[in-house]
Design a protein around this ligand. Structure first.
Ligand code: XLS
Ligand code: NI
Ligand code: NI
Length: 455
């Protein structure tokens, strides 16, 4: 397996524009294009994920792998296969022309017969990744440890009833946190794969919560000990693989962090489809995280509204992403976070170039959503209407209530005399929705139209 696994693709994918008929060109994504004074590439910080795209053969519960991934052949020597996989991944990332990648320890290095062997495998592959990163300039958006695939983690990692499993997970996270640090990773992610329960009949909720809190405190302590400056991120998910996961959604994670004195240490990595599985919109999860100061990064994908599982499809809805991006831009944009494609091809997408089509479409969707969100910020109509809605709180009454100067009794007195007598006002939802749609329809239009529209 040489350098040319994706030989049908010229490098890197060019910008073709909306009129391009080349399926292997970006229609919207132009890394250098400025949106609100910042380059698209710097706004989006796009990353390729190694698990679905390089470490998954296209299997499902009813059938085996369908994809052309020669390095996943079980007859190969695991370390030779691991090198070939990483080589192909770097070829892909550079041909796609994005700046970041993300991976679990097990995506790049196979488990050995002993922990020492597993460590040695990881160290060797981290060396290999370091060489590729130096050669290509590709950076690590985040690293994470796979604490859910091996049978030892069947009953959870930190929340396992057996403290030896907790200890094993701790050793694994220590190794991967250090590897992430070594590669200059911008973040470290903890998705609570099997931190949850299958049945309450064998589960001690209070004990498992205490274990998880202790684990996360130890990880934060180690981060500071080794001087890792990246952000620690928890990725909420309501269920799957367990029936109920403890990191259900952003609000649950936020409450958990506050309860255990960890609020300053962790932020969230929000996955679009996990939001919908939790019964929220992606927009809601992003807005909630921004409002509570825990927003970190994004796993960009989508679910299927007829299915109740994590279908991890590549994003293709500008409407949905634009609202999430609007919240992110309002909050000042991404800092250490980015948009990674925790998304997988459909099982029938067996061609090598399908991986390009999936990423190109996802990136163009993000880019278009960024233009829409940038437009909404620039024109400021939504913000003005939102501010107007709360204007009363800037007045004497609002300020005196929030400052704690007035008591229930005093307010009751003013209401009783008729001095305070509120009248309902319109929430103007349809108007707001029209403004959003206008922005979606208008993004990218020539400047002269803008003048004509008098905006
Ligand atoms: C699974 C999660 C997983 C995390 C990384 O649903 O999305 O892929 O992003 O462990
Ligand atoms: Ni997921
Ligand atoms: Ni994810």
């Amino acid at each position: 397996m040489d350098d040319d696994f994706f030989s049908e693709v010229a490098e890197p994918i060019p910008f073709g524009g909306l009129d391009s008929t080349d399926p292997l060109a970006f229609k919207v994504y132009e890394p250098d294009r400025l949106v609100l004074g910042k380059r698209m590439e710097d706004h989006l910080r796009i990353a390729v994920c190694l698990w679905h795209s390089f470490n998954w053969p296209g299997s499902d519960v009813f059938g085996s792998g369908t994809f052309d991934r020669p390095w996943l052949d079980p007859r190969l020597d695991p370390m030779i296969a691991a090198r070939a996989k990483l080589d192909a991944a770097f070829e892909f990332v550079t041909k796609l022309g994005v700046r970041f990648f993300c991976f679990h320890d097990r995506d790049i290095a196979p488990e050995g017969r002993t922990f020492a062997e597993t460590r040695a495998n990881l160290d060797a592959m981290i060396d290999h990744a370091e060489t590729h990163m130096a050669r290509t300039g590709v950076k690590l958006l985040w690293g994470t440890a796979n604490l859910f695939s091996h049978p030892r983690y069947a009953a959870g990692a930190a929340t396992n009833p057996d403290p030896e499993v907790f200890a094993y997970a701790a050793a694994q996270v220590k190794a991967m946190l250090e590897a992430t640090h070594r590669l200059g990773g911008a973040n470290y992610v903890l998705w609570g794969g099997r931190e949850g329960y299958e049945t309450l009949l064998n589960t001690d909720l209070a004990r498992e919560e205490a274990q998880l809190a202790r684990f996360l405190a130890m990880v934060a302590e180690h981060k500071h000990r080794i001087g890792f400056k990246g952000m620690l991120l928890i990725e909420p998910k309501p269920q799957e693989p367990t029936k109920h996961q403890y990191d259900y959604d952003c609000a649950t994670v936020h409450g958990f962090l506050a309860r255990h004195g960890l609020a300053g240490e962790y932020r969230v990595n929000i996955e679009a489809n996990h939001a919908t599985l939790a019964g929220h919109s992606f927009h809601h999860e992003v807005a909630y995280a921004v409002a509570t100061g825990i927003f970190g990064s994004i796993d960009a994908n989508r679910g299927d509204y007829q299915n109740g599982w994590d279908t991890d499809q590549f994003p293709n809805s500008v409407d949905e992403l634009a609202l999430a991006l609007y919240e992110i831009l309002r909050a000042g944009g991404l800092t250490t976070g980015g948009f990674n494609f925790d998304a997988k091809l459909r099982r029938q997408s067996m061609g090598r170039t399908d991986l390009f089509h999936a990423h190109i479409g996802g990136i163009d969707t993000l880019a278009r959503a960024l233009l829409v969100a940038g437009g909404m910020i620039e024109r400021g109509a939504l913000e003005r209407l939102r501010e107007e809605r709360y204007a009363g709180w800037a007045g004497d009454l609002g300020r005196s209530i929030l400052s704690g100067e007035v008591l229930l009794e005093m307010l009751a007195g003013r209401v009783a005399t008729g001095e305070i007598d509120p009248h309902p006002v319109s929430g103007r939802q349809e108007l707001l929705e029209n403004i959003v749609n206008q922005e979606i329809w208008a993004a990218d239009r020539p400047a002269r139209d803008e003048k004509a529209a008098g905006r």
